[in-house]
Design a binder for this molecule. Structure first.
Ligand code: NAI
Length: 572
């Protein structure tokens, strides 16, 4: 049969690109997997490999030509190959044909490493695997990027940034600008969020291509510890692998109270698609997701209620840091009901939702337009055939059991990210992915969890790393605590962002920093400095000698370090 090989895929969202070297000539016999040509465009190069065995009968373009998607580059006489190893994701999609084919072609793929899940765990593991010379295939049933990119960290930050712009507009008069009037265009807020997500998803797809990682779109069926099948309308693939990495992530969990299964209850994923700002919303759970959305909805004008079971919101933080966020929430009108256990959710006759909660022995009721569940996420361990694969769950049976190398109880199989339920953070998943792949490649790599930073995008935001005061107390450690408040920092005053502080927990014995929390503008970025100082076990004296540029908010880090040495300069 005669097959026209076209420009099928260009990097990113490019619509045309320049044809690179054509690797074959008329008369050449080619085999499936042979490199045919590459197309360069603004965002990088995409390689095209053959999915056919046959002979080149025509070259229809020349190196340097600018070609649009769909342009024919060469024609072969041949047939589709049954055995198709290591083709690029560009070729995972059908190439241009001179006749129509609807059925998926059966593919048999051989890989060193198969990765199930393309979130920040899976896709980073794939890139590291490719860097180490491994043939990697990644199976993803949704868009690349996982929860973090599509429904979590990134879209939430896009919304949080929109609300930051809004707060600036609302406060403009204070800075000398009279904004006569403004409207909230929620559709545009959501559209911009989607643009941000699309750009970054496109970037990851490009990285997969650039690293020659084959992406198979569909749900992976784990047949055995050497084989995965993917079957759907577009794909019929059998993937034989040496090692497997499970990176299936997590999903929203619900508390088992009356009404928890009502369709009208929204999750953080649904909240990212709301085209209209709800007049009022009750958020069950005052953890990280609950509080980030509380500030977003509050800024957009919703009446926000947060029901939190524990005595205080953001229980992972020290009390003084949580107090700053609580004071900010109170000042902005967010109604936090702490020490309150959600008991039931009911739909009312006038399309409202009633949430009941118990606090100090009494039942309370709050009626709002929407109710959002934010009480944690559970590992996606269903339908993975784990028992047959000899992969055990952890003691609490809420995640896959792994050792420090991310190896499960089946030594061919590794698990990374939220599915392990160790620390549910994107950057942890990525590092676990790197460790897993390096171990597969024979490197001595181990995961350590003592210096995992956290970044909470409330208003103000919070960055934390290392020990908290309460974890130090739990360990019976002798510590010294020093604070420097942004209210005494020149840049912060100039920016009008004086809430919060830098807090440093140090050891009088070792004279090093053990932990730090920054509550305040850009705290999530600045915390990296303290990660470095802790990781390098830098002595306080040496840290104090580092010069911080003036005027910057980061000078507060310097002041907190000086405070730990009892020589703060700008502390009253
Ligand atoms: P979470 O575990 O942080 O917070 C859930 C909260 O719900 C807890 O404070 C808990 O006490 C409360 N709760 C549970 N049952 C309740 C009840 N019946 N009534 C009232 N309150 C109840 O979980 P969240 O916020 O859903 O986040 C899930 C995961 O995603 C976490 O591991 C979090 O660290 C991670 N994440 C991290 C982000 C970041 O670092 N910026 C952003 C988003 C998520």
């Amino acid at each position: 049969m005669r097959v026209e090989i076209c420009v099928e895929k260009l990097s990113g969202h490019d619509t045309e690109g320049k044809l690179g070297k054509i690797e074959v000539a008329v008369g050449d016999e080619i085999k499936s997997g042979d490199l045919l040509f590459a197309i360069e465009s603004g965002k990088g190069s995409v390689k095209s490999k053959s999915k056919y065995d046959g002979k080149v009968v025509e070259i229809a373009a020349k190196t340097g030509d600018t070609l649009k998607k769909g342009a024919v580059v060469l024609v072969i006489e041949g047939q589709a190959s049954q055995e198709n190893t290591r083709v690029s994701s560009a070729d995972a999609k059908p190439q241009g044909y001179s006749f129509g084919i609807a059925k998926p072609k059966k593919e048999v793929i051989t890989a060193d490493i198969a990765i199930v899940g393309g979130g920040p765990g899976g896709y980073v593991a794939a890139i590291r695997g490719a860097q180490l010379g491994k043939r990697v295939v990644l199976i993803e049933e949704d868009r690349m990027g996982g929860t973090c990119l599509n429904y979590g960290c990134i879209p939430t930050k896009a919304l949080a940034h929109s609300t930051k712009v809004l707060r600036h507009i609302q406060d403009a008069e204070n800075y000398g600008f009279n904004v006569a009037s403004f409207d909230i265009n929620m559709e545009r807020v959501i559209e911009r969020k989607s643009e941000v997500v699309d750009t970054l998803v496109g970037g990851i797809e490009h990285l997969m291509e650039a690293n020659d990682i084959q992406v198979v779109k569909g749900t992976a069926l784990l047949e055995s510890d050497t084989q995965i099948k993917v079957e759907n309308k577009k794909v019929s693939a059998t993937i034989n692998f040496e090692n497997l990495i499970i990176a299936t992530g997590s999903e929203v969990s619900y508390i088992n109270i009356e009404g928890h299964d009502l369709d009208s209850i929204i999750t953080s994923k649904d909240a990212l698609e709301l085209k209209e700002v709800p007049k009022s919303i009750t958020i069950i759970g005052g953890g990280v997701i609950g509080m980030e959305f509380a500030f977003i909805f509050n800024a957009l004008g919703s009446e926000v209620h947060v029901i939190e079971y524990l005595p205080e919101i953001l229980a992972l933080l020290d009390q003084d840091a949580a107090d700053v966020i609580r004071a900010s929430a109170d000042a902005k009108g967010i109604k936090v009901h702490a020490g309150a256990c959600a008991a039931g959710i009911y739909e009312t006759e006038n399309q409202m939702m009633m949430t009941s909660y118990q606090k100090e022995g009494q039942m309370h009721y709050v009626a709002t337009e929407k109710v959002m569940m934010a009480v944690g996420r559970k590992a996606r361990i269903e339908n993975l055939n784990l028992e047959k694969l000899g992969v055990d769950l952890n003691e609490r049976e809420n995640g896959i059991k792994v050792d420090a190398h991310m190896r499960t109880t089946n030594e061919r199989i590794y698990a990374i990210g939220d599915v392990t339920n160790i620390v549910q953070l994107a950057h942890v998943a990525s590092h676990q992915g790197i460790v897993a792949v390096e171990c597969i490649a024979g490197l001595d790599s181990e995961m350590h969890y003592d210096l995992i930073p956290s970044a909470i995008f409330t208003s103000p935001e919070v960055g934390h790393v290392g020990l908290t005061e309460k974890s130090a107390a739990d360990q019976g450690l002798d510590i010294k605590v020093s604070h420097f408040h942004f209210a005494a920092n020149g840049k912060s005053v100039a920016m009008g962002e004086t809430e919060g502080f830098v807090k440093i927990i140090s050891s009088p014995e070792t004279e090093t920093i053990l932990g730090a929390t920054i509550v305040g503008a850009n705290g999530t970025d600045m915390i990296a400095t303290l990660s470095n100082l802790i990781a390098d076990a830098t002595k306080l004296e040496a840290a104090a000698k580092i010069i911080y540029a003036h005027p910057t908010a980061a000078e507060s880090v310097h002041e907190a370090i000086l405070g730990a040495l009892d020589r703060g300069l700008h502390n009253a």
